[in-house]
Design a protein around this ligand. Structure first.
Ligand code: 13P
Ligand code: SF4
Length: 326
């Protein structure tokens, strides 16, 4: 299993002493003083989601990062998401509670290897999942998220061959869905590859009325059992709109907080991982805590710093995604 990556940083270590009694009040006060907006992904711990100005999936968070008037973006998510916010809003300060909040997909696709892979397929259009580093984005033609990928692939002319990186499960799912053949980078998400097909069948036998809903980063054996497949936001919308009352949720457990909040009368059961562990929680996302949100705002670090050259190159495929996903 991948461990959280240590990012090179000139930042001082976070001090955990002298924390104020009421972190929530302090975060709200700092938000006002800094003219900051707090953006959170659905996989963040529930206290962080509850105090955020906006909670969303990768595409929605990227859009919020462009539209905000705030001077500071506090990004409670993982590193590639905060980097995307910086690329889209380079004049703003982007803070992340823990610089080590990486992603196994991004770490499994280093820029030098991606570049060499691309060079083997000179006539291909490189569509890259947003779960990658800024350097890999800069080497790609179009970025996509799980909620925009299908729409984007359908706009690529039939005679144009496609390279897809870095998630093989999402890539295979998209090939099946769109009927487009693609060359796929063999990366996986440490969370979504842990679900057990055998245990899922057993759970379904205990809850025969429950519908299985899954994120497309899951393996094919899980997706084959799913009644609905979609991005985090699509999964949330689905349970809100569905007349069904019970759901087995095959994605990171953090999303269940919003599901229970908006549908308190429904039952949400986390899909079981292979081992008896908490592997259905993202070890990177969960590095962020309320304490670290407070401290990053108080210290105005860790901060996402990118060179102008990298921003100028990486923004092109992200803007293409924005245009093609409208
Ligand atoms: P979403 O774009 O669906 O929020 O997914 C992000 C992610 O990292 C899933 O593991
Ligand atoms: Fe990356 Fe998987 Fe965590 Fe999403 S859940 S941030 S894909 S490691």
């Amino acid at each position: 299993m991948f461990g959280p990556k240590t990012y090179n940083s000139t930042d001082v270590p976070i001090q955990v002493d002298n924390l104020p009694m009421d972190l929530e009040d302090e975060i709200l006060r700092l938000k006002k003083n800094l003219n900051a907006v707090l953006l959170a992904h659905y996989y963040q711990e529930s206290e962080i989601q509850d105090i955020a100005d906006f909670v969303g999936d990768s595409l929605e968070l990227s859009k919020r990062a462009t539209s905000t008037d705030a001077e500071v973006i506090v990004f409670a998510g993982v590193h590639f998401m905060a980097e995307t916010a910086k690329i889209l809003s380079p004049s703003k300060q982007v803070l992340i509670p823990d610089l080590n909040a990486g992603c196994s997909l991004a770490e499994g696709c280093p820029a030098d290897l991606f570049k060499r892979w691309r060079e083997q397929y000179p006539n291909y259009v490189a569509i890259t999942y947003i779960n990658c580093s800024a350097e890999v984005k800069a080497l790609s033609d179009i970025i996509c998220t799980s909620s925009s990928a299908e729409k984007i692939i359908r706009q690529i002319p039939e005679d144009k061959p496609i390279l897809f990186a870095p998630d093989k499960n999402l890539g295979n799912y998209l090939m099946k869905k769109t009927g487009r053949k693609m060359e796929i980078w063999q990366g996986t998400c440490v969370v979504h590859e842990t679900f057990s097909a055998k245990k899922l069948i057993h759970l379904k036998s205990l809850y025969p009325d429950a519908k299985i809903i899954a994120h497309p980063e899951c393996e094919e054996v899980i997706l084959d059992q799913a009644d609905f497949i979609g991005s985090t936001s699509a999964l949330l919308r689905h349970v809100q709109q569905s007349s069904d009352k019970e759901f087995i949720v095959a994605t990171e457990t953090g999303i269940i907080h919003q599901m229970e909040k908006s549908c308190p009368e429904k039952l949400f059961i986390p899909a079981p991982p292979e081992e008896s562990c908490a592997c259905n929680q993202c070890p990177y996302m969960k590095l962020n805590t309320m304490e670290k949100v407070y401290l990053c705002m108080k210290n105005r670090k860790p901060e996402i710093i990118l060179t102008d050259d990298l921003i100028q190159k990486a923004i092109i495929p992200i803007q293409r995604m924005m245009e093609m996903s409208r």
